[in-house]
Design a protein around this ligand. Structure first.
Ligand SMILES: N[C@@H](CCC(=O)N[C@@H](CS)C(=O)NCC(=O)O)C(=O)O
Length: 200
């Protein structure tokens, strides 16, 4: 299988971390959708990354669907609980929180790339505030736990680290470590995993 993406997309990183954590063989292809001749436009009608092309050319998108699918391919580790509906819901809810941080950070990124006089202060404020509230919320949920959910790594951890790496990349001025020391400790620990190192 081939994973199409870029080095900066947080959704791509999340999907890639799932493949790496589960040791699923794949070719990682850097393919920015905006580049002329990008394969993405041909395989994903939405023109977005990540796109996972299976060996029979079937294309899987978006990152949550890729993560869900990839998690069924083997059990080591199981990243999305299968039998316990509530545990599964909780992991997917973490993923939604992390994805929401990514969504808002990307709105901010796209807005600040526009000429200053065309930028909407209200839009920037809305999405920056959403990121701040979500960070406060996830820091509260995490507390001093080693993992976001339960006693082992799950998709929740992979989604959250992907969102935070993106914030560091695009909003370096945001002092989330200063406000949420527990998140910083958790981030430093998970950043030492081989998968996270390989994804950077
Ligand atoms: N909800 C989607 C979001 C994917 C997405 O928006 N990806 C962005 C990159 S971060 C994209 O491909 N944008 C189109 C472009 O870059 O031209 C997912 O989780 O996969």
């Amino acid at each position: 299988m081939k994973l199409l993406g870029t080095q900066t997309s947080p959704y791509v990183r999340k999907a890639r971390l799932v493949l790496l954590e589960k040791n699923i063989a794949h070719e990682y292809v850097i393919d920015p959708p905006s580049e002329p001749g990008s394969l993405v436009a041909r395989v994903n009608p939405l023109g977005r990354i990540p796109a996972l092309i299976l060996d029979d050319d079937f294309c899987v998108f978006d990152s949550s669907v890729i993560a869900d699918y990839a998690d069924t391919l083997n059990d080591s580790p199981i990243l999305i609980p299968r039998d316990d509906a509530l545990a599964r819901l909780r992991v997917k809810r973490w993923e939604a929180l992390a994805d929401g941080i990514m969504d808002s950070a990307i709105v901010v990124r796209n807005e600040v790339l526009r000429p200053a006089e065309q930028q909407s202060a209200a839009l920037l404020d809305l999405h920056n505030t959403a990121v701040s509230h979500a960070l406060e919320y996830v820091a509260g949920l995490l507390g001093e736990q080693e993992w976001c959910e339960g006693d082992t790594i799950t998709l929740a951890d992979l989604a959250l680290v992907s969102a935070l790496i993106y914030l560091d990349l695009r909003q370096a001025e945001r002092d989330w470590r200063g406000k949420h020391a527990n998140l910083a400790t958790w981030f430093d620990r998970i950043s030492q995993r081989d998968s996270v190192i390989a994804s950077r």
